[in-house]
Design a protein around this ligand. Structure first.
Ligand code: HAM
Length: 418
C-alpha cells in the first residue's frame, strides 16, 4: 500500500535550496526595509470574503480565484489573495493614516497552475499611505531597484503607465467597450468573457495573438488623461530618466485588480516569460471604501517563488551566496573528547557564519569519515587523547585528501585565512 501524500494541485513542497533562497530574500528584504524606516506588518491570512469584493467583481482574483468558504458560524470567509486590501483594514483598525509598511507572507489564488504560477504562493510588498506626491512614487522605484540589486536580480524590465483618475478610467472604459464590441466575433473566448463581465480594461491584457492585433489598434489611455494626471506622469518619467532608472512606457499596461489610479507598473524578467515579477501602483481611492476618508496610497507586490525561479538560474548568486559555505565535521575519537569537541565547535562558530560545523558521534571513525565524504564536507577535524594532550588536532582537507596537525590555539587563524 502506498500512503504517500502528494500536495494539492498548485501547492508544493519546497526543496532545501528553495527554502534557503526564500530565507535569504526575506532577510535582505526586511534588512533594507528597516534602513528605510518601514514597519513590518503580518495581517491574518483568513478574512471576510466581502472585503475583497472591492478588488473588482470583474477581476479574475475575485470572480474565479478566491479560496472562499462558509465557516461554522455562517460567515463567508476567504484565504487572502493579496495583502493591499487587508493592509488597509489593519491601518483603519489602528487608526493609522500615514507611513510605509512591508510584509512577506502567503497568498492563495485558485488559478490554473503552471511554472511560476501557484495556488499557494508568497508575496513580499510595500505599501505607503498618506502621501500623494510623485516623489513618493519615485522612491518606490528606488527601493525596488536597491532591493533587486541586493538580492542579485538583474536584467529585469520596468514597464509603467498612467491610467488616470477614476473618471478618466470610466471614460476610457466606455471608449474601449465601443471599440471592442463590433470586433468581438474575432476575439478569443477569454476576451469575450471579459467583455461580458464588463472588464474592458483587462481585455488589453490578452496574450492571444489574434486579440493582440485588435488590441494594438485600440484607443490608448494616455490620450485621455486629464491635465493633472498627465503632468504627474510626465514628472515621474522625467525624474526616472534623471536618476537613470530605465523604464518602458507601455500604454496597454493595466493591472489585474480594480483599485488603481494614475501610476501603474510591472516588473518583468525573461526567465518568467509572460508572468510579472512584480506589480503595483497608486490606489488613492481604496481607503475611502473603509473609512470614508481620502487617504492616498501606493505600493507594490512581488512573487517570492518567481524571484526564487530567477535566482536558481543565476550562477553568480549561487556561487556567492549559496555555495560560499565551508562545511566542517568534528570527529572526536572517543566519547571522552566530547567537551573538547564543543569547545572547538564554539571557536569555529564565533568566526563567521560561512562556516557550517557539526559534531559527528559514532564509535567507528572510518564510518564517520565515509559519511563526511558522502556529504561533501570540506574539512574534518579529528582528535583523540593523544592530540588533546599535545593541545592539537588533525585537520583533513577532504577535497584535496591532505591531513595536517595543528595547534588548537592556531585553529582560528587557519580558518580565517581560508
Ligand atoms: P498582483 O499583480 O496581483 O498585485 O500580484 C503581485 C505579484 O504577486 C505578481 O507580480 C506575481 O509576482 C505574484 N503572483 C501573483 N499571483 C501569483 C501566483 N498565482 N503564483 C505566484 N506568484 C503570483 C497584487 O497582489 C497587489 N496587491 C500589488 C500591490 C501592492 N499593489 C499595490 N500595492
Amino acid at each position: 500500500m502506498n500512503n504517500k501524500y502528494k500536495p494539492l494541485r498548485g501547492f508544493k513542497y519546497n526543496n532545501f535550496l528553495e527554502t534557503e533562497i526564500f530565507n535569504f530574500i526575506r532577510n535582505e528584504f526586511f534588512k533594507l526595509a528597516e534602513i528605510y524606516n518601514m514597519k513590518i506588518i503580518s495581517p491574518p491570512l483568513l478574512a471576510p470574503t466581502k472585503i475583497f469584493k472591492c478588488l473588482g467583481e470583474a477581476s479574475d482574483v475575485v470572480n474565479k480565484e478566491l479560496y472562499a468558504f462558509t465557516q461554522k458560524d455562517g460567515e463567508e470567509v476567504c484565504l487572502i489573495p493579496e495583502y493591499t486590501r487587508i493592509f488597509l483594514e489593519q491601518m483603519a483598525y489602528f487608526n493609522i493614516k500615514n507611513g510605509a509598511y512591508v510584509y512577506m507572507g502567503p497568498c492563495f489564488r485558485y488559478e490554473r497552475p503552471q511554472f511560476g504560477r501557484y495556488r499557494s504562493f508568497n508575496q513580499l510588498g510595500l505599501e505607503i499611505i498618506g502621501k500623494n506626491n510623485y516623489m513618493v512614487d519615485v522612491e518606490v522605484f528606488l527601493f525596488v531597484k536597491e532591493f533587486l540589486k541586493n538580492i542579485y536580480v538583474d536584467n529585469y524590465i520596468l514597464e509603467i503607465n498612467s491610467i488616470g483618475t477614476i473618471q478618466d478610467r470610466k471614460h476610457y472604459e466606455n471608449l474601449l467597450k465601443e471599440y471592442f464590441e463590433p470586433q468581438l466575433n474575432y476575439m478569443s473566448e477569454n476576451s469575450k468573457n471579459k467583455f461580458y463581465r464588463g472588464a474592458f480594461l483587462r481585455m488589453l491584457d490578452s496574450k492571444d495573438e489574434a486579440d493582440k492585433i485588435i488590441i494594438n489598434k485600440a484607443p490608448k489611455i494616455t490620450s485621455f488623461l486629464c491635465e493633472e494626471s498627465k503632468n504627474k506622469f510626465n514628472k515621474i518619467k522625467e525624474i526616472l530618466t534623471n536618476l537613470n532608472i530605465q523604464f518602458k512606457e507601455n500604454p496597454l499596461l493595466v493591472r489585474g485588480l480594480d483599485y488603481y489610479n494614475d501610476l501603474v507598473f510591472e516588473y518583468t524578467h525573461e526567465i518568467l516569460g509572460n508572468q510579472a515579477l512584480s506589480g503595483g501602483g497608486r490606489y488613492d481611492g481604496l481607503f475611502k471604501n473603509i473609512t470614508n476618508e481620502e487617504i492616498p496610497a501606493i505600493g507594490f507586490g512581488m512573487g517570492v517563488e518567481r524571484i526564487i525561479h530567477i535566482l536558481e538560474q543565476n550562477p553568480k548568486f549561487i556561487n556567492e551566496v549559496i555555495n560560499n559555505k565551508i562545511y566542517i565535521n568534528l570527529l572526536p575519537i572517543e566519547e571522552t573528547e566530547y567537551l573538547k569537541a564543543l569547545e572547538i565547535k564554539n571557536i569555529i562558530i564565533s568566526l563567521n557564519k560561512k562556516y557550517m560545523v557539526e559534531v559527528l558521534y559514532d564509535k567507528n571513525l572510518s564510518n564517520r569519515l565515509k559519511e563526511a565524504n558522502k556529504n561533501h564536507v570540506d574539512y574534518v577535524i579529528i582528535f583523540g587523547e593523544n592530540e588533546i594532550n599535545k593541545q592539537e588536532v588533525i585537520i583533513k582537507n577532504m577535497k584535496k585528501n591532505i591531513s595536517n596537525n595543528i595547534l588548537i590555539k592556531d585553529l582560528k587563524n587557519f580558518f580565517i585565512v581560508l
